[in-house]
Design a protein around this ligand. Structure first.
Ligand code: HH2
Length: 274
Protein backbone atom coordinates (compact mmCIF):
# COMPACT_ATOMS: atom_id res chain seq x y z
CA UNK A 1 0.00 0.00 0.00
CA UNK A 2 2.44 2.67 -1.06
CA UNK A 3 0.96 6.14 -1.26
CA UNK A 4 0.15 5.68 -4.93
CA UNK A 5 -2.04 2.68 -4.11
CA UNK A 6 -3.63 4.00 -0.93
CA UNK A 7 -7.26 4.27 -2.05
CA UNK A 8 -8.45 6.74 0.60
CA UNK A 9 -6.23 9.71 -0.19
CA UNK A 10 -5.47 11.76 2.89
CA UNK A 11 -8.52 10.52 4.79
CA UNK A 12 -8.17 8.01 7.62
CA UNK A 13 -9.73 4.66 6.76
CA UNK A 14 -11.90 2.72 9.20
CA UNK A 15 -11.66 -1.07 9.30
CA UNK A 16 -14.65 -2.72 10.98
CA UNK A 17 -13.89 -5.78 13.14
CA UNK A 18 -16.06 -8.83 12.54
CA UNK A 19 -15.15 -11.74 14.78
CA UNK A 20 -16.65 -15.09 13.73
CA UNK A 21 -15.52 -16.63 17.00
CA UNK A 22 -17.23 -17.85 20.16
CA UNK A 23 -14.52 -16.40 22.42
CA UNK A 24 -13.21 -13.00 21.24
CA UNK A 25 -12.61 -10.66 24.14
CA UNK A 26 -15.34 -8.12 23.43
CA UNK A 27 -17.77 -9.66 20.94
CA UNK A 28 -17.21 -13.43 21.13
CA UNK A 29 -20.33 -15.41 20.23
CA UNK A 30 -22.24 -12.41 18.88
CA UNK A 31 -21.56 -12.78 15.15
CA UNK A 32 -20.45 -16.38 14.73
CA UNK A 33 -23.47 -17.43 12.64
CA UNK A 34 -23.24 -16.47 8.94
CA UNK A 35 -26.60 -14.68 8.78
CA UNK A 36 -25.78 -12.60 11.86
CA UNK A 37 -22.33 -11.86 10.44
CA UNK A 38 -23.90 -10.64 7.18
CA UNK A 39 -26.19 -8.33 9.12
CA UNK A 40 -23.31 -6.92 11.17
CA UNK A 41 -21.22 -6.49 8.00
CA UNK A 42 -24.07 -4.54 6.39
CA UNK A 43 -24.43 -2.37 9.47
CA UNK A 44 -20.72 -1.52 9.60
CA UNK A 45 -20.63 -0.75 5.86
CA UNK A 46 -23.70 1.47 6.20
CA UNK A 47 -21.97 3.27 9.08
CA UNK A 48 -19.03 4.09 6.81
CA UNK A 49 -16.53 1.23 7.23
CA UNK A 50 -13.98 1.34 4.40
CA UNK A 51 -13.15 -2.33 4.82
CA UNK A 52 -14.03 -5.23 7.11
CA UNK A 53 -11.60 -7.50 8.98
CA UNK A 54 -12.94 -11.03 9.38
CA UNK A 55 -11.36 -13.18 12.09
CA UNK A 56 -12.11 -16.77 13.06
CA UNK A 57 -9.44 -17.29 15.74
CA UNK A 58 -9.40 -15.15 18.85
CA UNK A 59 -5.97 -13.69 19.64
CA UNK A 60 -6.81 -12.44 23.13
CA UNK A 61 -4.35 -13.46 25.86
CA UNK A 62 -5.16 -17.02 26.93
CA UNK A 63 -7.30 -17.86 23.88
CA UNK A 64 -7.18 -21.47 22.71
CA UNK A 65 -5.75 -21.97 19.21
CA UNK A 66 -8.21 -24.01 17.16
CA UNK A 67 -6.01 -24.66 14.11
CA UNK A 68 -6.50 -23.82 10.42
CA UNK A 69 -9.18 -26.42 9.71
CA UNK A 70 -11.57 -25.19 12.38
CA UNK A 71 -10.71 -21.59 11.49
CA UNK A 72 -11.78 -22.22 7.88
CA UNK A 73 -15.01 -23.91 8.99
CA UNK A 74 -15.88 -20.77 10.92
CA UNK A 75 -14.69 -18.30 8.31
CA UNK A 76 -15.66 -19.54 4.87
CA UNK A 77 -19.49 -19.75 5.17
CA UNK A 78 -19.63 -16.21 6.58
CA UNK A 79 -17.17 -14.90 4.01
CA UNK A 80 -19.23 -16.38 1.16
CA UNK A 81 -22.44 -14.94 2.58
CA UNK A 82 -20.89 -11.48 3.05
CA UNK A 83 -19.44 -11.50 -0.45
CA UNK A 84 -22.83 -12.42 -1.91
CA UNK A 85 -24.65 -9.73 0.06
CA UNK A 86 -21.99 -7.01 -0.38
CA UNK A 87 -20.06 -7.77 -3.57
CA UNK A 88 -18.16 -4.47 -3.51
CA UNK A 89 -17.04 -4.62 0.12
CA UNK A 90 -13.28 -4.68 0.71
CA UNK A 91 -12.51 -7.67 2.96
CA UNK A 92 -9.45 -8.40 5.07
CA UNK A 93 -8.76 -11.76 6.72
CA UNK A 94 -7.25 -11.80 10.20
CA UNK A 95 -5.19 -14.99 10.24
CA UNK A 96 -1.64 -16.22 10.76
CA UNK A 97 -2.25 -19.48 8.86
CA UNK A 98 -1.38 -19.61 5.16
CA UNK A 99 -4.06 -22.22 4.27
CA UNK A 100 -6.76 -20.01 5.81
CA UNK A 101 -5.51 -16.94 3.97
CA UNK A 102 -5.29 -18.90 0.73
CA UNK A 103 -8.85 -20.20 0.99
CA UNK A 104 -10.09 -16.73 1.91
CA UNK A 105 -8.36 -15.06 -1.04
CA UNK A 106 -9.82 -17.73 -3.33
CA UNK A 107 -13.26 -16.95 -1.86
CA UNK A 108 -12.89 -13.25 -2.66
CA UNK A 109 -11.05 -11.64 0.26
CA UNK A 110 -8.63 -8.82 -0.62
CA UNK A 111 -6.21 -8.25 2.29
CA UNK A 112 -4.27 -10.44 4.71
CA UNK A 113 -3.92 -9.20 8.29
CA UNK A 114 -1.28 -11.25 10.12
CA UNK A 115 -1.00 -10.52 13.85
CA UNK A 116 2.24 -12.51 13.91
CA UNK A 117 3.86 -10.33 11.23
CA UNK A 118 4.77 -13.43 9.24
CA UNK A 119 6.45 -15.20 12.19
CA UNK A 120 3.98 -18.04 12.62
CA UNK A 121 3.70 -19.35 9.05
CA UNK A 122 6.34 -18.27 6.52
CA UNK A 123 4.15 -19.72 3.74
CA UNK A 124 1.78 -16.84 4.38
CA UNK A 125 4.41 -14.39 3.14
CA UNK A 126 4.94 -16.37 -0.07
CA UNK A 127 1.17 -16.47 -0.54
CA UNK A 128 0.85 -12.69 -0.08
CA UNK A 129 3.71 -12.23 -2.56
CA UNK A 130 2.04 -14.44 -5.17
CA UNK A 131 -1.36 -12.83 -4.63
CA UNK A 132 0.07 -9.30 -4.71
CA UNK A 133 -2.40 -8.30 -2.01
CA UNK A 134 -2.04 -5.77 0.82
CA UNK A 135 -0.45 -7.38 3.88
CA UNK A 136 -0.71 -6.05 7.43
CA UNK A 137 2.45 -6.88 9.38
CA UNK A 138 1.62 -6.49 13.06
CA UNK A 139 4.18 -6.51 15.86
CA UNK A 140 3.68 -9.22 18.47
CA UNK A 141 5.66 -11.68 20.54
CA UNK A 142 4.90 -15.33 21.27
CA UNK A 143 1.28 -16.41 20.98
CA UNK A 144 -1.95 -15.91 22.90
CA UNK A 145 -0.70 -18.16 25.74
CA UNK A 146 2.75 -16.62 26.13
CA UNK A 147 2.41 -12.96 25.09
CA UNK A 148 1.69 -11.51 28.52
CA UNK A 149 4.96 -12.92 29.92
CA UNK A 150 6.88 -11.39 27.02
CA UNK A 151 5.89 -7.76 27.67
CA UNK A 152 9.41 -6.55 28.58
CA UNK A 153 11.10 -3.71 26.71
CA UNK A 154 13.86 -1.17 27.40
CA UNK A 155 12.44 1.16 24.72
CA UNK A 156 9.17 -0.18 23.40
CA UNK A 157 8.91 2.19 20.41
CA UNK A 158 12.45 1.45 19.21
CA UNK A 159 12.00 -2.30 19.72
CA UNK A 160 8.65 -2.42 17.92
CA UNK A 161 10.13 -0.37 15.08
CA UNK A 162 13.09 -2.79 14.85
CA UNK A 163 10.71 -5.77 14.94
CA UNK A 164 8.60 -4.35 12.14
CA UNK A 165 11.68 -3.53 10.04
CA UNK A 166 12.86 -7.12 10.46
CA UNK A 167 9.41 -8.53 9.60
CA UNK A 168 9.32 -6.29 6.53
CA UNK A 169 12.76 -7.45 5.38
CA UNK A 170 11.63 -11.06 5.69
CA UNK A 171 8.42 -10.30 3.79
CA UNK A 172 10.30 -8.52 1.00
CA UNK A 173 12.76 -11.42 0.78
CA UNK A 174 9.75 -13.72 0.30
CA UNK A 175 8.67 -11.57 -2.64
CA UNK A 176 6.13 -9.23 -1.06
CA UNK A 177 6.11 -5.85 -2.79
CA UNK A 178 6.97 -2.99 -0.40
CA UNK A 179 4.00 -0.98 -1.68
CA UNK A 180 1.66 -3.64 -0.27
CA UNK A 181 3.04 -3.58 3.28
CA UNK A 182 1.07 -1.97 6.11
CA UNK A 183 2.53 -1.65 9.62
CA UNK A 184 0.74 -2.15 12.91
CA UNK A 185 2.38 -1.70 16.35
CA UNK A 186 0.14 -4.44 17.80
CA UNK A 187 -1.47 -2.66 20.74
CA UNK A 188 -2.13 -5.17 23.51
CA UNK A 189 0.02 -7.94 22.02
CA UNK A 190 2.86 -8.54 24.51
CA UNK A 191 2.43 -4.96 25.78
CA UNK A 192 1.28 -3.66 29.14
CA UNK A 193 -0.65 -0.43 29.69
CA UNK A 194 2.50 1.72 29.77
CA UNK A 195 3.84 0.11 26.58
CA UNK A 196 0.56 0.75 24.73
CA UNK A 197 0.46 4.40 25.79
CA UNK A 198 4.13 4.86 24.86
CA UNK A 199 3.50 3.31 21.43
CA UNK A 200 0.59 5.65 20.75
CA UNK A 201 2.74 8.64 21.78
CA UNK A 202 5.56 7.39 19.57
CA UNK A 203 3.50 6.48 16.49
CA UNK A 204 5.03 9.32 14.48
CA UNK A 205 8.42 7.58 14.73
CA UNK A 206 6.91 4.46 13.20
CA UNK A 207 5.01 6.46 10.56
CA UNK A 208 8.31 8.05 9.53
CA UNK A 209 9.42 4.71 8.07
CA UNK A 210 6.91 5.28 5.27
CA UNK A 211 4.55 2.31 5.57
CA UNK A 212 0.87 3.16 6.13
CA UNK A 213 0.10 2.64 9.82
CA UNK A 214 -2.87 0.63 11.04
CA UNK A 215 -3.73 0.76 14.75
CA UNK A 216 -6.20 -1.30 16.74
CA UNK A 217 -6.88 0.21 20.18
CA UNK A 218 -10.55 -0.77 20.10
CA UNK A 219 -11.96 -1.70 23.55
CA UNK A 220 -8.57 -3.07 24.67
CA UNK A 221 -7.38 -3.73 28.22
CA UNK A 222 -5.11 -0.69 28.43
CA UNK A 223 -8.15 1.53 27.88
CA UNK A 224 -9.98 -0.39 30.59
CA UNK A 225 -6.98 0.13 32.88
CA UNK A 226 -6.86 3.90 32.29
CA UNK A 227 -10.64 4.27 32.73
CA UNK A 228 -11.10 1.63 35.46
CA UNK A 229 -13.69 0.16 33.11
CA UNK A 230 -13.81 -3.65 33.16
CA UNK A 231 -16.51 -3.94 30.47
CA UNK A 232 -14.90 -3.97 27.00
CA UNK A 233 -18.03 -2.72 25.28
CA UNK A 234 -18.14 0.32 27.60
CA UNK A 235 -14.70 1.51 26.40
CA UNK A 236 -15.94 3.45 23.35
CA UNK A 237 -14.95 6.93 24.56
CA UNK A 238 -11.48 5.77 25.49
CA UNK A 239 -11.23 4.10 22.09
CA UNK A 240 -12.32 7.32 20.39
CA UNK A 241 -9.68 9.35 22.28
CA UNK A 242 -6.98 6.85 21.33
CA UNK A 243 -8.12 6.94 17.69
CA UNK A 244 -8.14 10.74 17.48
CA UNK A 245 -4.68 10.87 19.04
CA UNK A 246 -3.39 8.13 16.72
CA UNK A 247 -4.57 10.07 13.66
CA UNK A 248 -2.71 13.15 14.88
CA UNK A 249 0.43 10.98 15.16
CA UNK A 250 0.10 9.63 11.61
CA UNK A 251 -2.18 6.55 11.73
CA UNK A 252 -3.91 5.92 8.40
CA UNK A 253 -6.23 3.01 9.23
CA UNK A 254 -8.17 2.34 12.46
CA UNK A 255 -9.31 -1.18 13.31
CA UNK A 256 -12.43 -0.83 15.47
CA UNK A 257 -15.62 -2.53 16.62
CA UNK A 258 -17.80 0.63 16.92
CA UNK A 259 -17.66 1.84 13.34
CA UNK A 260 -20.25 4.65 13.37
CA UNK A 261 -18.80 6.67 16.27
CA UNK A 262 -15.20 6.11 15.13
CA UNK A 263 -15.98 7.24 11.57
CA UNK A 264 -17.15 10.53 13.13
CA UNK A 265 -14.06 10.66 15.33
CA UNK A 266 -11.85 10.11 12.29
CA UNK A 267 -13.57 12.75 10.16
CA UNK A 268 -13.13 15.32 12.94
CA UNK A 269 -9.50 14.38 13.60
CA UNK A 270 -8.81 14.47 9.85
CA UNK A 271 -10.27 17.98 9.65
CA UNK A 272 -8.08 19.10 12.56
CA UNK A 273 -4.96 17.51 11.06
CA UNK A 274 -5.57 19.18 7.70
N1 HH2 B 1 -6.22 -6.78 17.49
C1 HH2 B 1 -6.94 -7.91 17.62
C2 HH2 B 1 -7.03 -8.82 16.56
N2 HH2 B 1 -6.44 -8.57 15.38
N3 HH2 B 1 -5.13 -7.16 14.02
C3 HH2 B 1 -4.40 -6.04 13.87
N4 HH2 B 1 -3.80 -5.80 12.70
N5 HH2 B 1 -4.26 -5.14 14.89
C4 HH2 B 1 -4.84 -5.32 16.11
O1 HH2 B 1 -4.65 -4.47 17.00
C5 HH2 B 1 -5.60 -6.51 16.30
C6 HH2 B 1 -5.73 -7.43 15.22
C7 HH2 B 1 -7.66 -8.20 18.91
O2 HH2 B 1 -8.96 -7.68 18.88
P1 HH2 B 1 -10.28 -8.54 18.55
O3 HH2 B 1 -10.21 -9.07 17.15
O4 HH2 B 1 -11.48 -7.75 18.83
O5 HH2 B 1 -10.27 -9.70 19.61
P2 HH2 B 1 -9.96 -11.25 19.53
O6 HH2 B 1 -8.54 -11.41 19.09
O7 HH2 B 1 -10.24 -11.76 20.90
O8 HH2 B 1 -10.89 -11.87 18.49
Amino acid sequence: MGESQFPWGGRTAVMGVLNLTPDSFSDGGRFDRPQVAVRQAGLMLAQGADLLDLGAQSTRPGAEEVGPQREMERLLPALAAIRAAHPNALLSIDTFHAPVAEAALAAGAHWINDVSGGRRDPALLRLAAAAGCPLVLMHSRGDSRTMDQLAHYDDVVAEVRAGLLEATETALAAGVCSTQVIWDPGLGFAKDTGHNLALLRGLALLAAEGFPLLVGPSRKRFIGAVLSEPRPRARLWGTAAACGFAIAQGARILRVHDVGPIVQTARMADALRA
